[in-house]
Design a protein around this ligand. Structure first.
Ligand SMILES: O=C(O)CCC(=O)C(=O)O
Length: 242
């Protein structure tokens, strides 16, 4: 039974010692246990209506709704975004400055700055839509969050390389709440100790993934390119900066 549910939800987890999966039908929740890591995945955390509404809000423009983001063009006209100041920054990779392969935006409580890949995130003030989502996530995860990193993958060319959310300011074993909108994309995890050991989830519209325990020290995660995906995906990772 669990095998069918895992397959239907695009979840791949090794069948070997140290790995365990369970599904709670009442909570619509997958619990995935792996060596030095724990995931909780709620495929239907938001209703399709709630998720559609938030996605529209995120991508709303002063002129017309997200025409040049969905389905191809990779332009990022900063001035025109109505609710989320999306930006495409340069980051240093292998000694060269390159444009990040996605758009980002950072919201946080006053004084909670964030730096990753050598980039200081520009801080935005919360809006009521993000605050409401944050409050629902705090209830689900039973932990407070004071910041969110937003990523917009304009199509399957946009991606995120292997990394862990292990910055010092996130504390020792951070809880990361990751909410998904738009196109389904593969979320890959690989074990530091043996990179052949992988877990995969097809993160779908309206879903929530909680990364917990010590996994940021023992596992890396990535969103690979999926060139056949033509639609936009937005991901929000809520964090607590200490
Ligand atoms: O887009 C995703 O699902 C992953 C985002 C992520 O890994 C991050 O923000 O650190």
């Amino acid at each position: 039974m669990i095998e069918i549910l895992l397959k239907q939800n695009g979840i791949l987890i090794p069948e070997k010692e140290g790995y365990f999966s369970a599904f709670d039908a009442e909570l619509n929740l997958f619990s995935l246990q792996m060596p030095n890591g724990r995931l909780r995945y709620f495929p239907g955390f938001l209703t399709p209506y709630e998720a559609d509404k938030l996605l529209r809000f995120f991508m709303e423009k002063h002129s017309s709704y997200c025409d040049d983001v969905v389905g191809g063009s990779h332009s990022a006209d900063r001035s025109d975004w109505k609710n989320i100041p999306w930006r495409q920054d340069f980051i240093k990779m292998f000694g060269k400055m390159v444009l990040q392969p996605r758009l980002t935006s950072w919201f946080a409580d006053e004084g909670k700055g964030y730096r990753y890949s050598g980039l200081d995130m520009i801080q935005n003030a919360w809006n009521s839509e993000l605050l409401e989502l944050k409050s629902n996530l705090e209830k689900a995860a039973q932990t407070p969050f004071n910041s969110v990193l937003m990523n917009a993958y304009r199509d399957g060319r946009d991606h995120m390389g292997w990394h862990a959310d292990d910055e010092l300011e996130l504390g020792l074993n951070p809880v990361i709440a990751s909410v998904n909108f738009g196109a389904s994309r593969r979320f890959l995890m690989r074990r530091n100790e043996n990179q052949e050991e992988k877990v995969e989830i097809l993160l779908q519209h309206g879903s929530l993934l909680l990364m917990e325990g010590e996994m940021q020290h023992y596992w890396k995660h990535a969103i690979p390119k999926q060139l056949k995906v033509g639609q936009l995906r937005v991901n929000l990772t809520f964090r607590n900066i200490i």
